[in-house]
Design a protein around this ligand. Structure first.
Ligand code: SF4
Ligand code: SF4
Ligand code: SF4
Ligand code: FES
Length: 960
C-alpha cells in the first residue's frame, strides 16, 4: 500500500494525547456535538475524535500530556477559567466549547509571545510546510506581534551539529519539552533535561558538551516529537520536505520496526517510524531510523562479475552471462563430483520469498538438500529446543506482552544494544514496577539504567547456563513452587516426573552448581523464588543462550522453567527468543534448514515430501543435506565443490575464520550474491549484485512471528531484486520458475505451509502485519501461542544434564572470551560500517577487567593480542568492570579485528550452532598486528585491487 505523503493528514492523525482503555464509557458535548469515549480520555482527544482540532504545541498523542504551552485552552461549563484540554479528562455530561472569541484572543496572545522569540525565517526553514508552530500560528489567526522582536530573546544561540544525523537549533526551541518527555517515556534514556527556569529554560543533553558526547543514543524520538525545526534530521535539511511515503520494514534487527520511508522522487529523505507498526508503535533506534545511507554507498556493486581464479581481476558481464556461467559451473561440478557436491545458503537479511526461493532452487534444481542458513550460527538451538518441548520453533509472545509481565528474566541477551526498541519497551515496564532478573556474564546496561534496575544480576561464568537453569529448577521443585495444576493439565506426566526427579537431585542444588557458575547460591535461590512466585513471569533470551555447546539444552531448560511455573500460554509470560537478524525467524520458517521443508516439516516425512513433489514437479531427496559446518568439512575433504551464498558473509560471521576460508579456497565455484564485495565475496568466482530492502517487495518475519511487508521504494540499482536473480539462476539450471511478483511466491508458500495458509499480501495489507500461525483456525494470526494447549499437544519436559564445555581454561589460556553486539553496529557491520554510525564505534575493542589488565600491564587503549587454540588477533583494550575478572568480551563488527579467528569449532550437540560465547584465551600487550591480520590485510588489498581492475563485458575473458 503506498500512502502519498500529506503532512496535513499526518498531523490530523495526531489526536493530541494517548488513547485510554477503559470499560467505562463517558459521553459529553463538544461544540454542541455529542461524543462517547473511554473514561480517562482527554478533552483534546475526544474533540479530535469528532474531527475538531484544538490548537496545541506541547501535546502529541505519543506522550502523556504535560500542559505547558496553554495553547489548547477551552471553556467548560461549570469550570472556572480556561482549562487546558490536553490535561483535562472528560467527565459525564461535560459541555465543552473549543472556539469562542475569548479563547481566540487568549490563544493569539500566547502565540504572540512565542513568535516574538522565534526567528522568522520560515521560507528558508527546513520545517517549512511541516511545522506545527507555523500551522498553529495560522490556526489561531495570528496577524501581528505587538511586542516587537527587540526584547530579550534566544535568537543568537549556537546550533549543535555534533550528531551525525540531526541538528539542534536552540533559537527555534519553544521549550515545549516534547523532546525531553520522548527521551524519558518512549526511549527511556533520560538524556535530555530542561535547565533553568522561566525565560532561561533551555533544553540540554546530559552527560556531555553536545549531543554526540552526551548520553544520547541517537534513537531520534526527540527529533520526531519536536514540533518545530529545533531538532531536525540533517537529511531533511539537505534534501527538503518529502513528497510521498511508503510503509516498509526495517532491515536490521529481529524487532522488525515498521517505517514510513519518506521520499522525494527516487531519493530517500528520511525514515519515520510508523505509529501503526505492531512491533514498534512509532519508535525506532539509531540503525533503522538513521543508518540507511549504506543502501546507496559508493561501495555498492551493481554489475554482475565473474572470474575463473581468485587471482584474476573481475570481469563485469551481463546478468544473462553471469547467471549462465554460474549455472554451467554448478552443472559441470555436479557432473564431475556428484549431485551432492554443491549447495546453497539462504539469507536472514533477505525476504521470506527470497529465502524460500533459494531453498527451493537447491531442492529442485540442485536436486539435493544441501541448504542451510545463518540461523545455524545463531538460533538453530531455539528451533530445536522449543520444538522438542513446546512443539513449535518460535517465540511464544508479542513484544507488547511484556507490558503485562510482573517479573522479567533476561538471560544471555542485551536488548538495549541488540533489540533497542524492545529494550525501550521493557524499560518502560520496569519503570511501571515490573521486577528484573538478569543472568549474564557481563553487566549489560539493563542491570543499572536510569529509573530501571535489575533486582538480581546473576553474573555467571560463560558456558554455565545449563547449570544455572538446573539450579533454578531445583529450587522451584524442592521448595514447592511448581504450578502443579498447570503441569497436570497441560504437560506429559511421565516426562515431567523424570524431569522433577532429575532436577531434585542434590547435584543440581544451587549450593553445588552455584560455585560452578560463579554465583552465590542465595542469589540463585532468590531468582528462582522471584521467577516462580512474582506473578506473570516472562523469559527473554538471546545468543548468550544458544551459542554454546549446550545451546539446545539451555533452550529446553528455559522452556522447562516456563512450564514448571505455568508461565506460558497467556499475556505477560512466555519464552521469547530475541532473534538477531531482521528475518532470521522467516528464513527458518521458509525451509532453509537441510532437514526441514517450509513450516518446519521434516524432509523424511513422505507425506510432506509428496505434497512438495506435486507442487514443484520433482522428486525430493528424503535425507537431510549438509549443514554449513558440514559443507566446510566436505569442502576440505574434496567432496563439496560449489556454493550459492545469498546475502550472508560466512567468511566473517562463522567461527574459526581460517577453517572457513580454507574451505572456501577449496571450492571450484563460489557464487556470492550481495550488495557489497564482502569478506566471502573475496573468495568468489561469480558475484551477483544484490538489492537492498529499499529496492524490492517482499516480507520479513520478526521475533514475534510477525510477517510485515517490505515495499519497494526505488528500483534495484543492479536491475534485479534478489528474488529475480534466483529465478534467473533456476531457469538457467533448467528448472523453470515463472514468478512475476513476490506476492505470487507468498501465495505458493501459503498453499504449502499450514501455519501460513491464510497469509497473502492482501491480508497483510488489511491487518498491517500478521503473526503466524495464520490459517483457518486463526484467520487474524496468533499473537500468543500455546493458549489452551501446546502445539505438540502436551508440553514435554526434557532432561537437561549439565555437561561442561570442552573449551577449558588452563595456564596457557586462562581467560574466557565471550562476544556480543553494540547498539550502533550490526552483525558483520557490512551495512553500519558504511554509515555515520562509526562516529560511536569505529573498531571492535576488547573489554578486560582492571584486575586482569593490571596483572598484564595493560592500559585502556593499548593494543593487545588475544590468542586461543584456534588463532590470534590484535585489538585495542578497553579496561572495564562490565566484565568479571577472568572474562573478556568483544564485539565482532569489523573484519580486520578478526574476532572469529579466535572462536573455535566447538558447537551445540544438537544443531552445530557454534560456541561463540566461550573461548579460552590469553591476552597480552603487543605492538603489531597478528600474523593472521597481516595475511588478511594483504589478501584484502589484493582483492580490492582486482576489484578496481575489473573490466567491462566486452573485454571479459571468462566465457564458456
Ligand atoms: S535521540 Fe533518543 S536518546 Fe538521544 S536525546 Fe533524543 S530521544 Fe534521547
Ligand atoms: S527542542 Fe523541540 S521538542 Fe524540545 S523543547 Fe524545543 S521545541 Fe520542544
Ligand atoms: S530496533 Fe531493530 S528493527 Fe527497530 S529500528 Fe532498530 S534495528 Fe530496526
Ligand atoms: S497542548 Fe495543552 S497545554 Fe500545550
Amino acid at each position: 500500500m503506498i500512502n502519498f505523503f500529506d503532512p496535513a493528514s499526518d498531523k490530523s492523525s495526531d489526536l493530541g494525547t494517548p488513547a485510554r482503555a477503559s470499560e467505562v464509557q463517558v459521553s459529553l458535548s463538544i461544540d454542541g456535538r455529542s461524543v462517547t469515549v473511554p473514561a480517562g480520555t482527554s478533552v483534546m482527544r475526544a474533540a479530535a475524535m469528532l474531527g475538531t482540532s484544538i490548537p496545541k504545541l506541547c501535546a502529541t498523542d505519543s506522550l502523556e500530556a504535560f500542559g505547558s504551552c496553554r495553547m489548547c485552552m477551552v471553556e467548560i461549563e461549570g469550570m472556572r477559567g480556561y482549562p487546558a484540554s490536553c490535561t483535562t479528562p472528560v467527565s459525564e455530561g461535560m459541555v465543552v466549547r473549543t472556539e469562542t472569541p475569548r479563547l481566540a484572543g487568549l490563544r493569539r496572545n500566547v502565540m504572540e509571545l512565542y513568535i516574538s522569540d522565534h526567528p522568522l525565517d520560515c521560507l528558508t526553514c527546513s520545517a517549512n510546510g511541516n511545522c506545527e508552530l507555523q500551522t498553529v500560528a495560522g490556526q489561531v489567526g495570528l496577524r501581528e506581534v505587538r511586542y516587537g522582536y527587540d526584547g530579550a530573546n534566544h535568537l543568537a544561540e549556537k546550533k549543535d551539529v555534533s550528531n551525525p544525523y540531526f541538528d539542534y537549533e536552540p533559537s527555534k526551541c519553544i521549550v515545549c519539552s516534547r523532546c525531553v518527555r520522548a527521551c524519558e517515556d518512549i526511549q527511556g534514556t533520560f538524556a535530555l533535561t530542561i535547565t533553568g527556569r522561566g525565560f532561561e529554560s533551555r533544553v540540554a543533553a546530559a552527560g556531555g558538551d553536545n549531543f554526540l558526547t552526551s548520553e544520547c543514543v541517537s534513537c531520534g524520538a526527540c527529533v520526531q516529537a519536536c514540533p518545530t525545526a529545533t531538532l531536525t534530521e540533517k537529511s531533511l535539511v539537505q534534501l527538503g520536505q518529502p513528497e510521498r511515503s511508503v510503509v516498509t520494514t526495517c532491515a536490521y534487527c529481529g524487532v522488525g520496526c515498521s517505517f514510513r520511508a519518506e521520499m522525494k522522487g527516487d531519493q530517500l529523505v528520511r525514515m519515520v517510524p510508523d505509529k501503526n507498526g505492531g512491533a514498534n508503535h512509532g519508535h525506532a533506534c539509531v540503525k533503522g531510523r538513521f543508518a540507511w545511507g549504506y543502501a546507496t554507498h559508493p561501495d555498492r556493486i551493481t554489475k554482475p562479475m565473474i572470474r575463473k581464479r581468485l587471482e584474476d581481476p573481475w570481469q563485469e558481464v551481463s546478468w544473462d552471462e553471469a547467471v549462465s556461467y554460474a549455472a554451467s559451473e554448478f552443472r559441470r561440478i555436479q557432473l564431475k563430483y556428484g549431485r551432492d557436491s554443491i549447495g546453497g545458503i539462504t539469507s536472514s537479511r533477505c525476504t521470506n520469498e527470497e529465502a524460500y526461493l533459494v531453498q527451493k532452487l537447491v531442492r529442485t534444481a540442485f536436486g539435493n538438500n544441501n541448504v542451510d542458513t545463518c540461523a545455524r550460527v545463531c538460533h538453530s538451538p531455539t528451533g530445536y529446543g522449543l520444538k522438542q518441548t513446546l512443539g513449535e520453533s518460535a517465540g511464544t509472545q508479542s513484544f507488547d506482552s511484556v507490558m503485562q509481565a510482573d517479573v522479567v528474566l533476561v538471560i544471555g541477551a542485551n536488548p538495549t544494544d541488540a533489540h533497542p526498541v524492545f529494550g525501550s519497551q521493557l524499560k518502560r515496564r520496569l519503570r511501571q514496577g515490573a521486577r528484573l532478573i538478569v543472568i549474564d556474564p557481563r553487566r549489560i546496561d539493563l542491570v543499572d539504567s536510569p529509573h530501571a534496575r535489575a533486582e538480581l544480576h546473576l553474573q555467571l561464568r560463560p558456558g554455565t547456563n545449563v547449570a544455572m537453569l538446573n539450579a533454578l529448577a531445583h529450587v522451584i521443585v524442592t521448595e514447592g513452587l511448581l504450578a502443579q495444576d498447570f503441569i497436570d493439565a497441560r504437560c506429559e506426566t511421565e516426562a515431567f516426573t523424570h524431569w522433577r526427579d532429575f532436577v531434585s537431585l542434590a547435584e543440581n542444588a544451587p549450593e553445588v552448581l552455584g560455585p560452578v557458575c560463579g554465583v552465590p547460591a542465595e542469589q540463585i535461590r532468590a531468582a528462582a523464588r522471584l521467577y516462580a512466585t512474582g506473578g506473570n513471569a516472562a523469559i527473554y533470551y538471546g545468543l548468550g543462550v544458544t551459542e554454546h555447546s549446550q545451546g539446545s539444552t539451555a533452550v529446553m531448560g528455559i522452556a522447562n522453567l516456563a512450564m514448571a511455573t505455568g508461565n506460558i500460554g497467556r499475556e505477560g509470560v512466555g519464552v521469547n527468543p530475541l532473534r538477531g537478524q531482521n528475518n532470521v525467524q522467516g528464513s527458518c520458517d521458509m525451509g532453509s534448514f537441510p532437514h526441514e521443508l517450509p513450516g518446519y516439516r521434516h524432509i523424511s516425512n513422505e507425506g510432506v515430501r509428496a505434497e512438495f513433489e506435486r507442487a514443484w514437479g520433482v522428486t525430493l531427496q528424503p535425507d537431510p543435506g549438509l549443514r554449513i559446518p558440514n559443507m566446510f568439512e566436505a569442502a576440505l575433504d574434496g567432496s563439496f565443490k560449489a556454493l550459492y551464498c545469498q546475502g550472508e558473509d560466512i567468511a566473517q560471521s562463522d567461527p574459526n575464520t581460517q577453517h572457513v576460508t580454507a574451505a572456501l579456497l577449496a571450492m571450484e565455484c563460489v557464487v556470492v550474491q550481495d550488495i557489497f564485495l564482502n569478506e566471502t565475496a573475496k573468495f568468489a568466482h561469480v558475484f551477483l549484485p544484490g538489492s537492498s530492502f529499499l529496492e524490492k517487495d517482499g516480507t520479513f518475519t520478526n521475533a514475534e512471528r510477525r510477517i510485515s511487508r517490505v515495499r519497494k521504494v526505488m528500483e534495484p540499482l543492479a536491475g534485479k531484486a534478489d528474488w529475480e536473480a534466483t529465478v534467473a539462476l533456476a531457469n538457467a539450471l533448467g528448472y523453470p520458475m515463472n514468478y512475476r511478483h513476490p506476492s505470487e511466491i507468498m501465495d505458493e508458500i501459503a498453499r504449502l505451509t499450514p501455519t501460513f495458509h491464510r497469509v497473502s499480501y492482501a491480508e497483510i495489507d488489511r491487518h498491517g502485519s500478521l503473526q503466524w500461525p495464520c490459517n483457518d483456525a486463526a484467520p487474524d494470526g496468533t499473537p500468543t501461542m500455546h493458549i489452551d494447549q501446546f502445539v505438540r499437544g502436551k508440553g514435554r519436559f526434557m532432561l537437561t544434564g549439565y555437561v561442561a564445555t570442552d573449551e577449558k581454561v588452563n595456564n596457557r589460556y586462562p581467560l574466557l572470551l565471550t562476544t556480543g553486539r553494540i547498539l550502533s553496529q550490526y552483525n558483520v557491520g557490512a551495512q553500519t560500517r558504511r554509515t555515520a554510525n562509526v562516529a560511536w564505534h569505529d573498531a571492535d575493542r576488547l573489554e578486560i577487567h582492571p584486575t586482569d589488565a593490571e596483572s598484564r600491564g595493560i592500559h585502556d587503549g593499548d593494543w593487545v593480542g588475544i590468542g586461543s587454540r584456534a588463532g590470534q588477533t590484535v585489538l585495542r583494550a578497553k579496561v572495564s568492570t562490565r566484565v568479571a575478572p577472568g572474562v573478556v568480551y568483544t564485539t565482532f563488527h569489523f573484519p580486520e579485528s578478526g574476532a572469529n579467528v579466535i572462536t573455535t569449532d566447538n558447537s551445540d550437540w544438537a544443531t552445530n550452532c557454534p560456541e561463540y560465547k566461550v573461548t579460552a584465551v590469553e591476552v597480552v600487550k603487543v605492538f603489531q598486528p597478528s600474523q593472521w591480520q597481516k595475511r588478511y590485510q594483504d589478501f584484502s588489498e589484493e582483492q580490492q585491487r582486482l576489484l578496481q581492475q575489473r573490466r567491462s563485458a566486452e573485454k571479459a575473458e571468462v566465457r564458456r
